[in-house]
Design a protein around this ligand. Structure first.
Ligand SMILES: C=C(O[C@H]1C=CC=C(C(=O)O)[C@@H]1O)C(=O)O
Ligand SMILES: [Mg+2]
Length: 465
């Protein structure tokens, strides 16, 4: 990897890499990171609308890390129905080794952003056509904002037969200047948003059917989701929607994955797994109540949730699964004995974080594969629940409730599960929300729970506060 830190040495690094590629007859990675000032992640994203590209990624976590990836220096994609996690892992490991990638700090420098489809075996519907079974991208431009500052990385892969070198450098430098322009993005709200229920009654019937099935076993829990369609006559201004989500959902991971003009976007409160060297972190987040209108009412609702048998059962399946999986590859695991509450603007959840120290060099993608889907997204037993989801749901989940996130050149990274989300294409936004169904669930109250879970996206699309 040719990586210079001098502020304006990108063109030198690029030329050196081309020379090396010609000498060694093999491709080279140029990755150039420099500190920048005075640009916000949303401004950067908004500026990227002037650049023609099929790939845009946004990620911000509740602790203050933001990543914006624009363009694609290399795509790692897989469309098959088995082995996708292993495929992506080995391709990225080979790439990292070949280019001797090292990081200056986690998430500053070469990293992948993207994710996976919920179920690689389920048949894909038209609306998800641009979203493969696995798709992670090394962005051409990456903005990293962390607690220490703001960095811009330019990544480019050059080959031995590279031509028009100077033109490529000029183009990249011009794009960099455009991305860093400091003019405030004027926020827009989508006017006249209309939301349509899709097959709501059918969904309740599917929930009732799952409850009946549980009486006979072996199905113990299943997460069933539904979809609604929101339409706006103006279309949507994605940077404005991101801005609303970050303002309204500070306890969530705000993300977008844009591919060929379609944008998968959301604000999820649920981490799947994070790796920091040999430490792994995961969240059990399942069991839901609404928020109160007053502090007193809110506390009452939270207290009732912490003592509600049905919600505690929904939650316990997730905690048990995380414990079992962590026990396989961690030598020590820490998990609280009782759940606490995690509150977002619209709902409160039962929450149990889990932490483990890996025995040996476990890879983040191995953890993602073992954990996905947890019983907060799929059910128990896992394989049966996923099969029944395909049969009982009437829409294609696509990337909803699937692992999305980032991984860097040293294997550190963070994946969440893409809930409280929707797929925007032109004037249409398809939103998704699901609920953990157990034997003492009631279709009508689960329906109300999905209505609460649609609110974060509906409010952000409307631009309301
Ligand atoms: C599947 C979703 O939520 C999951 C995460 C937290 C709480 C859940 C619940 O209480 O049912 C769900 O398991 C969704 O928001 O679409
Ligand atoms: Mg629930």
């Amino acid at each position: 990897m040719i990586n210079e830190v001098k502020q304006d040495s990108f063109s030198e690094s690029f030329i050196m890499a081309v020379e090396k590629a010609k000498q060694e007859r093999t491709e080279q990675l140029v990755s150039h990171t420099m500190q920048v000032e005075g640009i916000s992640s949303i401004q950067f994203y908004a500026n990227s609308c002037q650049i023609k590209t099929s790939y845009r990624h946004y990620w911000s976590d509740p602790k203050g890390l933001s990543l914006v990836g624009i363009g694609c220096a290399r795509a790692f994609e897989y469309e098959g129905d088995t082995g996708r996690f292993h495929f992506i892992k080995s391709q990225w490991e080979t790439f990292v080794k070949k280019h001797s990638i090292t990081m200056k700090a986690p998430a500053r420098g070469p990293l992948l952003m993207g994710g996976f489809r919920f179920d690689s075996k389920a048949s894909k519907q038209e609306e998800w056509q641009h979203f493969p079974s696995a798709a992670l991208v090394l962005p051409q431009f990456l903005l990293t904002i962390d607690c220490e500052g703001c960095w811009l990385t330019i990544n480019a892969v050059v080959g031995p037969d590279e031509e028009n070198i100077y033109q490529r450098i000029i183009d990249l430098e011009e794009q960099r200047e455009r991305l860093l322009q400091r003019k405030a993005h004027s926020l827009q709200s989508a006017s006249a948003l209309k939301a349509y229920d899709i097959k709501g009654e059918e969904w309740k019937e599917a929930v009732a059917c799952a409850i009946d099935e549980m009486a006979q076993g072996p199905l113990q829990k299943i997460v069933l989701s539904r979809s609604i369609l929101a339409q706006s006559s103006n279309g949507y201004d994605i940077p404005s929607v991101i801005q609303k989500l970050t303002e309204q959902q500070p306890n969530s991971y705000v993300f977008t994955i844009e591919r060929q003009g379609d944008t998968f976007i959301g604000a999820t409160p649920e981490r799947l797994v994070k790796r920091e060297e040999n430490k792994f972190f995961a969240d059990a987040l399942a069991g839901t109540a609404g928020r109160g209108k007053t502090a007193y009412e809110d506390e009452q609702l939270g207290h009732a949730l912490l003592n509600d048998k049905k919600n505690l059962r929904e939650h316990a399946y997730v905690v048990q699964m995380l414990k079992d999986v962590f026990a396989e590859w961690c030598e020590s695991t820490e998990v609280d004995p009782y759940p606490t509450l995690l509150k977002t603007k619209d709902v409160q959840h039962l929450y149990t974080p889990i932490k483990g120290e890996a025995k040996s060099s476990a890879h983040l993608f191995d953890a993602v594969e073992k954990l996905h889907p947890t019983p907060a997204m799929g059910g128990t037993p896992r394989r049966l629940a996923v099969e029944r989801i395909t049969e009982l749901e009437t829409h294609d989940r696509g990337w909803y409730s699937a692992p999305i996130g980032w991984v860097d050149g040293e294997g550190n990274g963070d994946f969440s599960v893409a809930i409280r989300s929707g797929l925007i294409s032109g004037h249409d936004a398809r939103l998704y929300a699901g609920c953990g169904i157990v034997s003492d669930s009631h279709p009508d109250s689960e329906y109300i729970e999905t209505e609460m879970k649609f609110r974060p996206m509906l409010n952000a699309l409307r631009g309301s506060r």
